[in-house]
Design a protein around this ligand. Structure first.
Ligand SMILES: O=C(O)CCC(=O)C(=O)O
Ligand SMILES: [Mn+2]
Length: 161
């Protein structure tokens, strides 16, 4: 996978050969609980999610300049009534979103650092992905100081259900 992942929050999304994709309360290597979700993200969820309970997971996707994420649906959560709230940091990317079926028409648009995107209601299970990181700011993302080799970070707040 070209995107590296980690988590914060009570549950973290992970995968291994034995059990596949799932949410787990602990880091698979350290056995430690994931760190808490930063208060600023919980506050953003309260403003954007229109959902009465706090997020249970924050998946952190770490993109290099060449990383991409294929078209997929987020379906490992039981509770589709809660939205997924996504935040972008660092380099711009070309984000693609379609319909409920893989073959449905898609549109693409740029997500920039500081953008928030909510997938809720009938859009909760739309196919979506990241076509590519845009070269502008991919190597030098200006005001945001990311580690070497990291172009973009995406944070998604989720209810697992
Ligand atoms: O990086 C993004 O903007 C999308 C991430 C995503 O779709 C996911 O983590 O399921
Ligand atoms: Mn997704």
């Amino acid at each position: 996978m070209s995107v590296r992942m980690t988590n914060c929050g009570p549950l973290g999304w992970m995968s291994d050969k034995e059990k596949g994709y799932r949410y787990e309360p602990r880091h698979p290597l350290t056995g430690e609980p994931w760190p808490p979700i930063p208060p600023i993200l919980l506050e953003a969820w309260e403003r954007l999610a229109d959902y009465p309970k706090p997020p249970e997971a924050c998946l952190i996707n770490v993109y290099g300049p060449q990383s991409r994420m294929g078209l997929h649906q987020d379906r490992d959560e039981k509770d589709f009534s809660a939205p997924i709230v996504s935040f972008s940091l660092g380099a711009d990317c070309l984000f693609r979103i379609g319909g409920a079926k893989r073959g449905d028409p898609t549109i693409s648009f740029v997500l920039s650092s500081g953008d928030a995107l909510t997938l809720g209601g009938e859009s909760r299970t739309r196919f979506h992905g990241v076509d590519r990181i845009l070269p502008k700011f991919a190597a030098n993302h200006g005001f945001i100081d990311l580690p070497a080799g990291v172009a973009r970070i995406n944070l998604t707040l989720r209810r697992v259900g």
